[in-house]
Ligand binder design. Structure first.
Ligand SMILES: *[C@@H]1O[C@H](CO)[C@@H](O)[C@H](O)[C@H]1NC(C)=O
Ligand SMILES: *[C@@H]1O[C@H](CO)[C@@H](O)[C@H](O)[C@H]1NC(C)=O
Ligand SMILES: *[C@@H]1O[C@H](CO)[C@@H](O)[C@H](O)[C@H]1NC(C)=O
Ligand SMILES: *[C@@H]1O[C@H](CO)[C@@H](O)[C@H](O)[C@H]1NC(C)=O
Ligand SMILES: *[C@@H]1O[C@H](CO)[C@@H](O)[C@H](O)[C@H]1NC(C)=O
Ligand SMILES: *[C@@H]1O[C@H](CO)[C@@H](O)[C@H](O)[C@H]1NC(C)=O
Ligand SMILES: *[C@@H]1O[C@H](CO)[C@@H](O)[C@H](O)[C@H]1NC(C)=O
Ligand SMILES: *[C@@H]1O[C@H](CO)[C@@H](O)[C@H](O)[C@H]1NC(C)=O
Ligand SMILES: *[C@@H]1O[C@H](CO)[C@@H](O)[C@H](O)[C@H]1NC(C)=O
Ligand SMILES: *[C@@H]1O[C@H](CO)[C@@H](O)[C@H](O)[C@H]1NC(C)=O
Ligand SMILES: *[C@@H]1O[C@H](CO)[C@@H](O)[C@H](O)[C@H]1NC(C)=O
Ligand SMILES: *[C@@H]1O[C@H](CO)[C@@H](O)[C@H](O)[C@H]1NC(C)=O
Length: 723
């Protein structure tokens, strides 16, 4: 023991060096005094409350940063026919929603936000730049959660720098390194093996604590390589940084641009499948993740749990064991992975997918994988596993009141692909909801309003007591298409009878280029690689589209669109005046053009010469890429299969390791947990954790072996992993 201590002391020189194993939560942390700490708060649908720290953030921002931002955006208001000072500082409360859709959605989010960002000169010049700065909330789901997380964990750089890097501290998203197989499709290439080794090392460090892992964990780690801030092209295939491991969602409040209230308050959306039901037909409960809480405003739960202690088992709002709290569970990558945990869907259709890709070269591999996937598909392996902080709450109403674990899944699992729910929560009191719809609904991967329609339906059927009503929107997907609502920006709910009837919705969809150019931004959700050239063109096309509006019956940009967007954003402020202020003539003209009037709907005929079919702007690019990276062209398989393959490898590794753990208690992780206990005796000495990792790195096993073919060892019996 003493020797061990010396070792620790010796290695703690590099105490501030981080490691991919920082992904492991800390267990058995003493809980704060339960007599004066509220870990879980409850409310009701009719008497909601928000987390006090959320309220503090949003209010302070509304009182400080946002009035300045309105002033910067609208000037004195004369451009749009108002005198800004007549609003008396009572500005509308605005929220932005970023939908899901994998890497397309992440890029859509970045480029459309750049069009609304006052810091970008062309957006500023167009008049659209500024909406981001006046917003109070930003919500993201699945691929939309990746851009949301990326903004925060890179400290809110310009979007161009965020996505493409700045040649300095920002490495960019590196989407030309395929997500699941960054060294190309040969999963046994040396560099892919290194990458998998690093990922598995993270996942195993977590599993070693005894907390259930699942496919969401390796997925979370891959997301971290691209969207968090510690990965560059130079260190991608190395263990030189933690690649985002150890960065916690609950530490967002420490990020400089959050500290000075520069950013909207972030909310991620995930769905909660009843833990005792693995069917895909049950309508899940909506849950949200903020920097402070895992919460649900669905009437049947109406509760929030302190995110810093996520991972702790709670019973009736108190820790099940007062000396066994968990911290560090809320890894940023795992939060984004939870919101994008769609494996229950993929694996449901797993056999189809594999059938679809059964080309002769991949057949053998796929056969093994399908066997594996079938074997390990358990309740726990295809969802994000969270210890249930709400156990014991709302028995008989809350679906998981009796459950020890929650099954959290992709936020769009209930077909609500746009995270609108949190923005309609009554207590948040939003006046304007900006819906950035980058969904791929149609066969050409454009939106058709399905996400909005399902959110509206859910509001009406389940959330009427807790959420604001929706404004009038086209009645179904066909109507969204027929009215041209998916081809141009549209304002919905422009003229409520009472201002509190519903918020105004600014619907800004991913559209075919207004100018008739070939589209490059309607890519498939499961596309896991983009060339830098494609990324650049996609970003600029979305940016151009989003600042341009439309002129009926032409392919021209509307020079007034930016001002019209200002009219829409400020419009609800008129109702806060007594008497209500009249809409300006200028703004009324904007509303005549951009509002959706159900009585007098517009038509898609006003939007001529749009091209709908995706045209690959860099057709040689991916071939070159794979030609360069792949060692064996015959083994080329699609991105999805690549992902499936990797998942299989991960599962293989996990099973192997779990079995090994069961069998051989002398393994390295015995030592790790022993060290964890050491650490618990002195929880303040965080540095010991880093030393622990170093120790394992130097003397522990190397995981290269896990991902060799022999790792495809199948579990001896089904469900061995379920707790
Ligand atoms: C509570 O957790 C501690 C570890 O911090 C453990 O030693 C103890 O056995 C646990 N108590 C119960 C009742 O499980
Ligand atoms: C609403 O909830 C708060 C606590 O969040 C409580 O203090 C208040 O009494 C409740 N109001 C009503 C009408 O129930
Ligand atoms: C914000 O301003 C309102 C009204 O001016 C005031 O009541 C409130 O205390 C302020 N909140 C904060 C957090 O400064
Ligand atoms: C705007 O309103 C303020 C106060 O009502 C007034 O002092 C100012 O002169 C007005 N500005 C213009 C340009 O009319
Ligand atoms: C990355 O982000 C974390 C969390 O915001 C921060 O502590 C760290 O300084 C950043 N690292 C770099 C290299 O920018
Ligand atoms: C990182 O370390 C792990 C564990 O030793 C190893 O399996 C993996 O290959 C390493 N990754 C790289 C990129 O060197
Ligand atoms: C807030 O902090 C960020 C990051 O440090 C900085 O770039 C920005 O200028 C600051 N904004 C304000 C309004 O102080
Ligand atoms: C979960 O799925 C498995 C495999 O499809 C099935 O055998 C099992 O009965 C399901 N369990 C429940 C509780 O639905
Ligand atoms: C909410 O609880 C009610 C019973 O009070 C139940 O009928 C309903 O199915 C539950 N809703 C959801 C979405 O679980
Ligand atoms: C709209 O999109 C959904 C997928 O989100 C699809 O199922 C539906 O068929 C589409 N409807 C129309 C009319 O395009
Ligand atoms: C503003 O956006 C345009 C379009 O994407 C881009 O070309 C330009 O570099 C951006 N400017 C800055 C300062 O990021
Ligand atoms: C933006 O739109 C203008 C006007 O149609 C066009 O000239 C320009 O090429 C477009 N830029 C991009 C990057 O699409």
């Amino acid at each position: 023991m003493f020797l061990l201590f010396l070792l620790l002391a010796g290695t703690s020189v590099g105490a501030f060096q981080t490691s991919v194993t920082d992904y492991a939560p800390a267990l058995n942390v003493p809980c704060p005094d339960i007599t004066n700490t509220e870990f879980v708060r409850e409310f009701t649908a009719s008497n909601q409350s928000l987390n006090p720290r959320e309220v503090e953030y949003v209010q302070t921002r509304l009182n400080s940063t946002i009035p300045e931002a309105w002033k910067d955006w609208l000037g004195d208001g004369s451009q749009i026919g108002y005198n800004a000072s007549s609003f008396q500082g009572l500005f509308p409360k605005v929220g932005l929603a970023l939908p899901g859709g994998g890497l397309r959605a992440a890029q859509w989010g970045a480029a459309s936000l750049s069009a609304l960002d006052a810091r970008n000169e062309s957006s500023k010049a167009a008049g659209t730049g500024g909406l981001l700065q006046v917003s109070s909330y930003i919500t993201g789901l699945s691929g939309g959660s990746w851009i949301t997380g990326s903004i925060f964990f890179n400290d809110f750089p310009g979007f161009n720098d965020l996505v493409f890097g700045n040649g300095g501290n920002l490495g960019g998203w590196l989407l030309d390194l395929p997500f699941a197989t960054p060294d190309g499709t040969d999963i046994f290439s040396e560099r892919n093996q290194y990458f998998f080794g690093s990922i598995l090392w993270s996942v195993m460090a977590k599993a070693g604590t005894g907390i259930d892992t699942s496919l969401t964990d390796p997925w979370a780690r891959m997301i971290s390589y691209h969207f968090l801030n510690q990965t560059s092209r130079d260190n991608f295939f190395s263990n030189d940084t933690a690649h985002g491991a150890g960065q916690l969602w609950s530490s967002i409040p420490d990020i400089p641009s959050f500290k000075n209230y520069s950013l909207p308050f972030p909310i991620l959306v995930t769905d909660s499948r009843p833990s005792d039901d693995n069917s895909t037909t049950v309508l899940p409960l909506d849950s949200i993740i903020t920097p402070f809480e895992l919460a649900s405003y669905d009437p049947n739960l109406s509760a929030g749990a302190n995110l810093s202690y996520a991972g702790t088992h709670f019973n009736n709002k108190v820790p099940a064991n007062g000396t066994a709290c968990v911290t560090g569970f809320d890894q940023a990558g795992f939060m984004m992975g939870t919101s994008a945990s769609l494996f229950n869907q993929i694996l449901d259709f797993g056999s189809n997918t594999i059938q679809g890709f059964s080309d002769s070269d991949a057949k053998g591999l796929l056969y093994v994988l399908s066997r594996q996937l079938a074997e390990v598909r358990t309740r726990a392996d295809d969802v994000a596993n969270w210890p249930n902080p709400f156990q014991g709450l709302k028995d008989g109403v809350y679906q998981d009141s009796g459950a020890t674990w929650l099954s959290l899944i992709d936020g769009a699992s209930n077909i609500e692909n746009i995270p609108l729910g949190p923005l309609f929560v009554k207590e948040r009191g939003l006046d304007v909801v900006v819906t950035l719809d980058g969904s791929a609904d149609t066969s050409q991967s454009w939106p058709n309003g399905t996400g909005v329609i399902f959110s509206k339906k859910r509001q009406e059927e389940i959330l009427a007591a807790s959420h604001q009503p929706f404004p009038p929107v086209p009645q179904d997907a066909q109507a969204f298409l027929d009215t041209g609502t998916t081809l141009r920006p549209t304002f919905m709910g422009c003229d409520p009878k009472n201002p509190s009837d519903y918020p105004l919705m600014l619907y800004i969809p991913n559209t075919p280029p207004f100018n008739g150019d070939d589209p490059v931004a309607n890519t498939a959700t499961f596309r896991l690689t983009y060339t830098q050239k494609h990324m650049r063109l996609m970003f600029d096309q979305i940016h151009n589209n989003t600042i341009s509006g439309f002129v009926p019956n032409t392919n021209d940009a509307d020079p007034n669109f930016g001002k019209c967007l200002q009219c829409a954003a400020i419009d609800r402020a008129r109702y806060k005046m007594n008497p209500i202020l009249a809409r300006s003539d200028f703004c009324q003209k904007c509303f005549d053009q951009y509002c959706f009037d159900p009585q007098n709907p517009p038509s898609q005929d006003e939007l001529p010469n749009r091209k709908f079919n995706f045209v690959d702007p860099d057709p040689q690019g991916l071939t070159r890429l794979t030609g360069f990276l792949g060692k064996n062209k015959g083994k080329l398989i699609g991105g999805l299969v690549g992902l499936a393959a990797l998942i299989g490898v991960m599962i293989g590794g996990l099973i192997w390791w779990r079995k090994r753990r069961e069998r051989n208690r002398q393994g390295a992780y015995k030592r790790v947990s022993a060290l964890h206990q050491l650490e618990d005796e002195d929880a303040g000495r965080r540095s010991s954790k880093f030393s622990t990792n170093k120790f394992v790195m130097d003397t522990g096993p190397r995981y290269e072996d896990f991902v060799r073919p022999e790792a495809y060892e199948l579990p001896s019996h089904r469900g061995s992993i379920v707790h």
